[in-house]
Design a protein around this ligand. Structure first.
Ligand code: NAD
Length: 416
C-alpha cells in the first residue's frame, strides 16, 4: 500500500459524490486539494548519543466549517500523500457527524518499536515544536492515531504550553484525564463502531446479540470494539494484531486477551487456546460481522469475493479499496464506511475540546449518551441519503459530508 494509492482512493470517492451532487468543477477542485501541508525534517539525539533525522507532516484539508482536527500517526509507512488523504477523510467525517471542524492529519515516519520511551518523548516534543506554527486550540487540534496515545498527547500539550507560557489544554485531545482529557475518550471510537454496528443490524433485520464477529487490529479501536461487542452479546470469533491473528469458532475470551495479552511483546499470538492464523485468513473467516480496525487497504479486489461477513463496519480509516467496495456492493454486503463508523473518536474529541475551552467537565454517562445520540443521528442521516440517492452507504455519507463542506465554502465565499 502506498500513500499515492490512498489519496487516489480518497479522490475517487470525492469525484463520485461530486458527480451525484452536480458540484461546480471549481468547487470540486478546491475540495480535492489539501489546503495546507507542512513537511518537517528534524533531529533527535538518541540514547546512544547519535543523531537521527526524522520526517514528519501536518496536513490541513479544509477550514470552511471550523478549525481543523485530526490525529497524529507514528508509523514507518507514513508519507505526505497518505497524511493528506487521511486529512480529507477527517473533513468529511466531521461534516457527517455535523461537528464544527475541518479535517487535518499529521504523522512521523518512524517505527516506534525501535525507540526508547525517552526517545519517543524527545521526538514528540521536537516534532510539535516544528509544526507549532500551524497547530493551536483555535486553528488545528491534533489527537491520537496509530502509534500515539494519551501520554504522547500529554507531551504535546506540555510542549505547546511551555512555549506560550501558560497551560493550553485545548490544543490537543485524547489527553490523560487529569490534564483536561475527557472521560470516555479512550473508548469513544470503539464505542461508536459498536453503535454503528447495532444500527446496521437494524437495517439488515438481524439481532446484534449472538452474531459472530471478527476484528482486525487489537489496538485502541479494535480492542474496545471487541470488548463492547462481546458485552452486547456478540461472539468474537477472531481478532488480530500486526504479528498475526487468532481464531476460535466458539468465541475468544476478549476481556482476558485485553488485560493479559494485548500489551505483551509477542502480542495475541501468545494466547494458545485457539488456532493461529494469518491476517489474510482472518479477513476471510466464516462470520457475520467484520470490523477492520487496523490500517488502510486491507479489503481489496483480491479478497473481497472471499469475505464471508454480510456486514462490514469500518473501524480503521480507508480499509476498503474502491474495487472491493464495488464487489461488496454487487454481492449485497453492507459496508458502514469509516467516515461514519469510526466518527466516535472525533465526536468525543470535540466534547473534550469544548470541556477544555469552558473549563467545565462532564461525567462519563453524559459523554457516552451524547456520543450515542450524535452517532445515531449521523447514521440516520446517511440512511436517508442512501434511500434518496439509491446508493451505497459510503457514497451516501460522502454526499452528506461533501455537501455540508461545499455549502459552507459557498456561503463564506472565496476570499478575497
Ligand atoms: P493502535 O495503534 O492503537 O492499534 C492498531 C492495531 O492494528 C494494533 O493492534 C496493531 O498491532 C494492528 N496492526 C497494525 N498493522 C497491522 C497489520 N498490517 N495487520 C493487522 N493488524 C495490524 O491504532 P488505533 O488508534 O486503534 O487505530 C486503528 C485504526 O483506526 C487506524 O486506521 C486509525 O486511523 C483508525 N481510527 C482511530 C481512531 C482513534 O480514536 N484512535 C479514530 C478513528 C479512526
Amino acid at each position: 500500500m502506498s500513500g499515492t494509492q490512498v489519496i487516489e482512493q480518497a479522490r475517487t470517492q470525492l469525484a463520485h459524490a461530486a458527480k451525484l451532487l452536480n458540484l461546480d468543477p471549481g468547487l470540486h477542485e478546491v475540495l480535492s486539494r489539501i489546503k495546507r501541508s507542512v513537511i518537517v525534517n528534524f533531529p533527535v539525539v538518541m540514547d546512544d548519543g547519535s543523531v537521527k533525522v526524522f520526517e514528519g507532516y501536518r496536513c490541513q484539508h479544509n477550514t470552511s466549517r471550523g478549525p481543523t482536527k485530526g490525529g497524529i500517526r507514528y508509523h514507518q509507512d507514513v508519507d505526505l500523500e497518505e497524511t493528506g488523504a487521511l486529512a480529507m477523510w477527517m473533513t468529511w467525517k466531521c461534516a457527517v457527524a455535523d461537528i464544527p471542524y475541518g479535517g487535518a492529519k499529521g504523522g512521523v515516519r518512524v517505527d516506534t518499536k525501535k525507540l526508547s520511551k525517552r526517545e519517543l518523548e524527545k521526538l514528540t516534543r521536537r516534532f510539535v515544536s516544528e509544526i507549532n506554527m500551524i497547530i493551536g486550540e483555535r486553528s488545528d487540534i491534533p489527537a491520537p492515531d496509530i502509534g500515539t496515545n494519551p501520554e504522547v498527547m500529554a507531551w504535546i500539550m506540555d510542549t505547546i504550553s511551555m512555549q506560550v507560557g501558560y497551560t493550553v489544554p485545548g490544543v490537543v485531545t485524547g489527553k490523560p484525564i487529569p490534564l483536561g482529557g475527557s472521560l470516555g475518550r479512550v473508548e469513544a471510537t470503539g464505542r461508536g463502531v459498536i453503535v454503528a454496528a447495532h444500527e446496521a443490524c437494524k437495517d439488515l433485520n438481524m439481532d446484534f446479540a449472538g452474531k459472530r464477529v471478527v476484528v482486525q487490529g487489537f489496538g485502541n479501536v479494535g480492542s474496545i470494539a471487541a470488548l463492547l461487542g462481546e458485552r452486547d452479546g456478540a461472539v468474537i470469533v477472531g481478532v488480530s494484531d500486526a504479528r498475526g491473528a487468532i481464531h476460535n469458532p466458539k468465541g475468544l475470551p476478549i476481556e482476558k486477551l485485553f488485560h493479559e495479552f494485548s500489551g505483551r511483546d509477542g502480542g495475541l499470538a501468545e494466547y494458545k487456546e485457539c488456532d493461529q492464523i494469518s491476517n489474510e485468513e482472518l479477513l476471510e473467516l466464516d462470520c457475520d460481522i467484520l470490523i477492520p480496525a487496523a490500517i488502510a487497504q486491507q479489503l481489496t479486489a483480491q479478497n473481497a469475493d472471499k469475505v464471508k461477513a454480510k456486514l462490514i463496519v469500518e473501524g480503521a480509516n480507508g480499509p476498503t479499496t474502491n474495487e472491493a467496495d464495488n464487489i461488496f456492493s454487487d454481492r449485497g454486503v453492507l459496508v458502514v464506511p469509516d467516515i461514519l463508523a469510526n466518527a466516535g473518536g472525533v465526536i468525543v474529541s470535540y466534547f473534550e475540546w469544548v470541556q477544555d475551552l469552558q473549563n467545565f467537565f462532564w461525567n462519563e454517562s453524559r459523554v457516552n449518551e451524547e456520543l450515542e445520540s450524535i452517532m445515531k443521528r449521523a447514521y440516520d442521516g446517511v440512511r436517508q441519503s442512501r434511500d434518496t440517492y439509491k446508493t451505497d452507504m459510503r457514497t451516501a455519507a460522502m454526499i452528506i459530508g461533501v455537501k455540508r463542506v461545499a455549502d459552507a465554502t459557498l456561503t463564506r465565499g472565496i476570499f478575497p
